[in-house]
Ligand binder design. Structure first.
Ligand SMILES: C[S@@+](CC[C@H](N)C(=O)[O-])C[C@H]1O[C@@H](n2cnc3c(N)ncnc32)[C@H](O)[C@@H]1O
Length: 275
């Protein structure tokens, strides 16, 4: 069934209700998809781990409505403050973000109907190549404790980020020892993690989004926010002449509007806690 919510939201914004600012682009598209696939219902209480710019949290607030509640948690103080400020500015009354590690969340057992985790990354805990744990998973233990029996947990994770691959290939082709900056997680790995923690009805769906950086300058600025260089500061190694080479190399990829298009592929996984 096609959701009417994005159309109703567009109508509300046209009527002057402020639209919360997020990180935009692919974050918002994947955030909406995660909330859709988790089938969040009016009146539910939801815990959103790693709220960031709110791309999962805002669709959740619209779904649960005034009788529901969304609690977000963030390890980044600045992100929590910025998203709380947006919540206030847009007069969203059913959400709040705490500067808190989800593993230390002091809510009672079974406090939430649903838990979401958008692009948190599980590679610290789990080796998705060897399909085995590296260390005990205290984050998944916290999730299992906080969700009600028969409650749902949904997550999104990157499969491919063409923009980061482009920069990685460019830097390594110039003999700069670089980090790839993301780990590809897999459906097989997630089946193991979730079933070991008592979740069933595990469903995984691959989704792709084509995204354009509005200009070459904007693309470069976004790329330079990543910590590429293995042993040293980006600024010292990624010189102006290298930047010029990157600008020349990207020209052949541009759209006729001068935008820089890339594709991002994600895996969205939903599951239900065994009663
Ligand atoms: C890549 S961002 C994604 C933001 C948002 N979920 C989305 O999908 O647009 C992941 C965020 O998770 C936060 N995070 C990671 N582990 C966390 C934890 N244990 N508790 C709270 N926040 C966490 C990070 O600080 C980061 O801002």
């Amino acid at each position: 069934m096609i959701s009417l919510i994005p159309y109703l939201v567009a109508e509300l914004h046209a009527l002057g209700v402020p639209k919360p600012k997020t990180w935009g682009g692919f974050w918002d598209i994947f955030g909406e998809r995660l909330v859709d696939l988790l089938n969040v219902q009016e009146g539910e209480r939801v815990f959103d781990i790693g709220t960031g710019g709110g791309s999962v949290l805002y669709p959740l607030t619209r779904r649960v409505g005034s009788s529901g509640q969304v609690i977000g948690v963030e390890l980044c103080d600045h992100c929590a403050k910025a998203t709380n400020a947006e919540i206030q500015r847009c007069k969203i009354s059913n959400a709040e973000v705490y500067f808190m590690d989800a593993r230390q969340a002091e809510f009672e057992d079974g406090s939430f109907d649903c838990i979401t985790a958008g692009f948190i990354g599980w590679d610290d805990y789990f080796d998705f190549q060897k399909l085995e744990y590296k260390k005990p998973d205290d984050l998944m233990e916290a999730i299992r404790r906080l969700v009600k029996p028969n409650g749902r947990f949904g997550l999104s994770t990157w499969l491919k980020q063409e923009d980061l691959d482009w920069m990685y290939d460019f830097l390594t082709s110039h003999s700069i020892e670089s980090k790839r900056n993301y780990t590809i997680e897999s459906e097989e790995g997630w089946n193991i993690i979730l079933s070991e923690h008592g979740f069933r009805t595990i469903r995984a769906l691959k989704e792709s989004v084509t995204y354009s950086y509005k200009s070459v300058d904007f693309w470069w600025k976004e790329m330079m926010d990543y910590d590429w260089v293995v042993n040293g500061e980006n600024g010292k190694v990624i010189s102006d002449s290298l930047k010029q080479e990157a600008y020349n190399a990207i020209q052949r990829c541009l759209t006729k509007e001068g935008e820089v298009p890339f594709r991002r592929d994600a895996l969205i996984v939903t599951s239900i806690l065994q009663d």
